[in-house]
Design a protein around this ligand. Structure first.
Ligand SMILES: Nc1nc2c(ncn2[C@@H]2O[C@H](COP(=O)(O)OP(=O)(O)OP(=O)(O)O)[C@@H](O)[C@H]2O)c(=O)[nH]1
Ligand SMILES: [Mg+2]
Length: 380
């Protein structure tokens, strides 16, 4: 009904507090997401409710307040910090006379802008189609009810929607088949690498933690690093050479975020599976973020969802230039390196991380290959 707003366009954000302790964090994150998508935030309309309104999500007084803000700032888009039902979205667009997006659609929009590789683009398209398909189906049952039940057939609207649904379903199947093929060829590559005994290390972490900056630091590759959420969408892998160990395959991955839409997690499953099969995860943390601990938890939750909870982790407390803490290396009670504090931006502490990788690789080598000294894991 409304055109997709231009990047750089002005938007009004709407965020309602239903009493969740994470409310302020999720609002701050929405502002960052909106900027990352290339929009300017003109106003934030906030409110408090016990539960969403069935028709408009917000109360009608709140919707009037939003409409006034849209008018005042000449906004072309309103973004809700929540999931809207298709009906709420439609009612709101009618009431506000402008395009309305929910949080999921905003994240999908960012993903669509960022995907670079063929596979990444297919994954995003799949997530978008699935998002759209549920809307169409729900819209359809809604129409059906208006027409007086399932018995009434043959209206032109229904035929069109039925056709759209079939086309969508076909496209979804085609994409899924293509993704499956890509996944298989990646599995073959992975097997070849494993046979060669090459260690695989994945950088994981919350979006904006500094994974790509660290990846570049370690490999000197020109991966897109930016102060945006979801700057990286495709898994990039490069070989890194460590003096005592030889080659290591290092992968940069998509960042995690709270309330990542479910369809998206599924869509990126194939890419994230790489992560689950790595020998070691470098869990990169923005130690300067006020939400540091919540973000660590969230990342571990997603790792568990993709079956990577048992892959060994080294925590990388990044951005130590901002916190003022000196680079450092922390061992656990068994002498294994558990965490490294560094700054990917200035490079201080990156040598410690290389040491940690070397120590991990040495400990992981099959015992038969070790001739001179037994593996002690640094235990004494
Ligand atoms: N001060 C400081 N800034 C850093 C450091 N590392 C990264 N940054 C900045 O943090 C922002 C995010 O960095 P990225 O490397 O793109 O983060 P990412 O984890 O790859 O983010 P996504 O790809 O969006 O998940 C950029 O503006 C970086 O310049 C650091 O050690 N110190
Ligand atoms: Mg990145």
């Amino acid at each position: 009904m409304f055109e997709r707003p231009e990047a750089g366009g002005t938007v009004v954000l709407v965020s309602l507090d239903f009493g969740s302790p994470d409310y302020q964090d999720s609002l701050n994150e929405l502002v960052l997401l909106t900027r990352s998508a290339g929009f300017k935030v003109a106003a934030v309309v906030e409110g408090r409710r016990s539960k969403p309104d069935a028709a408009l999500f917000a109360g009608s007084g709140k919707v009037e307040e939003v409409a006034a803000a849209v008018q005042e700032h000449g906004a072309g888009l309103v973004i809700f910090n929540h999931e809207l039902s298709p009906i709420q979205e439609r009612n709101l667009e009618r009431a506000l006379q402008c395009r309305v997006l929910d949080r999921t659609a905003l994240i999908l929009d960012i993903f669509a802008q960022r995907a670079r590789s063929g596979e990444g683009k297919l994954q995003v398209e799949l997530a978008q189609l699935k998002h759209y398909a549920t809307r169409l189906v729900r819209g359809w049952t809604h129409l059906e009810r208006q027409r007086g039940g399932i018995g009434v057939r043959g209206g032109p609207g229904e035929k069109q929607i039925e056709l759209d649904r079939r086309m969508l379903a076909n496209r979804i199947r085609t994409i899924e088949a293509k993704l499956k093929k890509l996944e298989q060829s990646r599995a073959i590559q992975r097997r070849a690498r494993n046979r060669g005994g090459v260690l695989s290390v994945s950088l994981v972490g919350y979006t904006n933690a500094g994974k790509s900056t660290l990846f570049n630091r370690l490999t000197r590759a020109g991966t897109y690093a930016a102060d945006q959420l979801f700057a990286t969408l495709d898994t990039t892998s490069r070989k890194l050479w460590l003096p005592e160990v030889g080659s290591v395959v290092l992968s940069d991955t998509v960042g995690f975020i709270t309330q990542l839409p479910h369809g998206l997690v599924a869509a990126f499953h194939a890419t994230l599976e790489e992560t689950a099969k790595a020998d070691l995860l470098l869990h990169v943390i923005d130690s300067a973020s006020p939400n540091r601990d919540r973000q660590i938890e969230e990342v571990n939750k997603v790792l568990a969802e993709i079956g990577a909870q048992d892959v060994p982790q080294i925590l990388v407390y990044n951005k130590c230039d901002l916190t003022g803490a000196a680079p450092d290396l922390v061992r656990d009670e068994y002498g294994k390196i558990a965490a490294v504090r560094l700054s990917a931006r200035t490079g201080e502490g990156v040598d410690l991380l290389k040491q940690a990788l070397e120590a991990f690789a040495r400990a992981k080598q099959p015992k038969t290959e070790i001739q001179t000294e037994p593996v002690t894991d640094g235990m004494e």
